[in-house]
Design a protein. Structure first.
Length: 293
C-alpha cells in the first residue's frame, strides 16, 4: 500500500487551490492599448491559437513594431518535469502542485519601455494543446475585461480619461491632416473591425496613405492585403513591392516576419512578375530620394 501511494504521487499531478485575495492588475497593463506578441520557442500551432484568441478578444491592437507597442506579450513553454512545488497563476492564488507535471506554457507580459513584468501566468498542457493557449487568454481577459482602456490625456495638470468616441475622432482628425501613425492606426481598426465596422477597402486606403509616407508596418499591412486580395484586387507584384520595401526598412524585431511574408509571395510569382515588383520598389525609393533633394 505504501509503495502504491508513493507511485501515485509520482505518476499524477494534483492541483490544490490555496485561498487568498486576487492581486490588482497593474495600471500600466490596464491602460495599455498596443501589444507586440512574441513566440519564445513554443510549438507554432499553440502560438497560432494564442495569437488568434488574443486578436479576437480585441482588447489590444497587435503591432509588429516594438517601438509602437505599449506591452510585450511573450508565450514560452517547457517540457514536463517531476517533483513538487507551488505555482502562482493568473488569479494570484498559489496552487500546490504535487508529483510529476505535464508540459507547461508560460505567458509573460512586460512594459515595453522599462521592461517591468506586468503579468505572468502558466497553463499545463492538455490533450488538446490549443486549449492551453485558450486558457491563458481567457485568464487574462477575465481579469482585465473586454473593453479597451481609455486614452489618458493631461488637462489643467490632472490626468483624465478621454472617452472612446473622442479618441476615434482625434485619430481621424490627425489622419486627415497627414499623420502617418494615425493613418496606420485607422487602417488597423478597419482591417480588424475594432471600434468600427470592418472594411478592408478603407483599411487599404489608410494603409496606403501611411505607406506612401514611409510607415514601415503600413507597408507590410498593405502588402498583405494585395497578397490576399482583401480590399484591393489581388496583385502579387504590388504585394511584393510593399513587402520588399517593408523588409528593407524593418527593425530587428520585424525583420523575420516581414521577410517571411515577402518570400512567401515570391514563390507565387513568375520571374517576370518578380522583376517588375523589384523595379517598382526601386522607383518608389528613387521618388522618395528625389523629394529630399
Amino acid at each position: 500500500m505504501l509503495r502504491f501511494s508513493a507511485l501515485a504521487l509520482v505518476l499524477f499531478t494534483i492541483v490544490i487551490p490555496v485561498s487568498g485575495q486576487q492581486a490588482p492588475v497593474p495600471v500600466k497593463l490596464q491602460e495599455a492599448r498596443t501589444a507586440l506578441l512574441v513566440n519564445e520557442g513554443t510549438w507554432i500551432r499553440v502560438f497560432d491559437k494564442f495569437y488568434s484568441d488574443f486578436e479576437k478578444w480585441g482588447r489590444f491592437t497587435i503591432v509588429q513594431d516594438r517601438n509602437q507597442a505599449d506591452i510585450v506579450v511573450v508565450l514560452s513553454g517547457t517540457p514536463g518535469e517531476s517533483g513538487a512545488g507551488v505555482a502562482v497563476g493568473a488569479t494570484g492564488v498559489p496552487t500546490v502542485v504535487v508529483g510529476g507535471s505535464d508540459p507547461k506554457y508560460f505567458l509573460r507580459i512586460t512594459d515595453r519601455r522599462d521592461g517591468s513584468v506586468l503579468w505572468s501566468d502558466v497553463a499545463y498542457a492538455s490533450f488538446l494543446l490549443s486549449n492551453s493557449a485558450k486558457k491563458l487568454v481567457a485568464n487574462l481577459r477575465e481579469r482585465i475585461g473586454a473593453r479597451a482602456a481609455p486614452q489618458r490625456t493631461q488637462e489643467a495638470g490632472n490626468t483624465v480619461a478621454m472617452p472612446r468616441a473622442a479618441q476615434t475622432s482625434d485619430i481621424h482628425c490627425r489622419a486627415e491632416q497627414g499623420d502617418a501613425e494615425a493613418q496606420y492606426v485607422l487602417g488597423v481598426s478597419y482591417n480588424t473591425g475594432k471600434d468600427t465596422t470592418q472594411d478592408y477597402g478603407a483599411a487599404a486606403r489608410w494603409f496606403r496613405k501611411a505607406a506612401e509616407q514611409g510607415h514601415t508596418p503600413a507597408m507590410y499591412s498593405l502588402g498583405l492585403l494585395y497578397q490576399t486580395g482583401l480590399g484591393v484586387p489581388q496583385d502579387y507584384v504590388e504585394a511584393h513591392k510593399w513587402l520588399n520595401l517593408a523588409t528593407s526598412r524593418a527593425s530587428t524585431d520585424q525583420q523575420l516576419t516581414f521577410a517571411s511574408a515577402r518570400d512567401a509571395v515570391t514563390k507565387l510569382m513568375t520571374p517576370e512578375q518578380l522583376a517588375d515588383a523589384q523595379k517598382r520598389a526601386r522607383e518608389w525609393l528613387d521618388a522618395v530620394e528625389s523629394k529630399k533633394r
